[in-house]
Design a protein around this ligand. Sequence first.
Ligand code: URA
Length: 209
Amino acid sequence: MAKVYVFDHPLIQHKLTYIRDKSTGTKDFRELVDEVATLMAFEITRDMTLEDVTVETPVGPAQSKILTGKKMGIIPILRAGIGMVDGILKLIPAAKVGHIGLYRDPETLQPVEYYVKLPSDVEERDFIVVDPMLATGGSAVEAINSLKKRGGKHIKFMCLVAAPEGVKVLQDAHPDVDIYIAALDEKLNDHGYIVPGLGDAGDRLFGTK
Ligand code: URA
């Protein structure tokens, strides 16, 4: 079963409060999401592997460590996921960025893929799929289906706010994908919004409301 990690670092919780606040405008909202994504990337990369190296300091040789250089990929789910990409790239600048776009079929209400562009060496990379909101879980499940179908194997999912309903749906569909969240909220409302959540993440990021 996939593990769920809730990042309760004080800086993340503090910034999330301002992200939630409806009086926070687009510019601040975007900057705060970017900052929280960086802080979450710091936590999510704790299991990166290291190798021993020797480096010459001005005083003499030091036994030290460097990353083994495993290839990484970041996959934002369009469009709100884009708001988290730059924050992650600040810590993992060599990561490649793929995109997955989904729309909701008005009849079946199921997410349908309309755009997928991934790094060519999908099978060799460790991926972080990002979307600020894990609500019903439908988009996250479909995006990860899409990535796996094209060879993605080592996948983590990262979001700001999750509803318990979405966490369960994602865990059931992808038990190998660990979930990293900044806050686990109460529930979904009848419109599929997370309560209390932060509203529509895409609209707040891009100023489209
Ligand atoms: N997507 C959002 O942007 N907000 C929600 O609360 C749920 C889904």
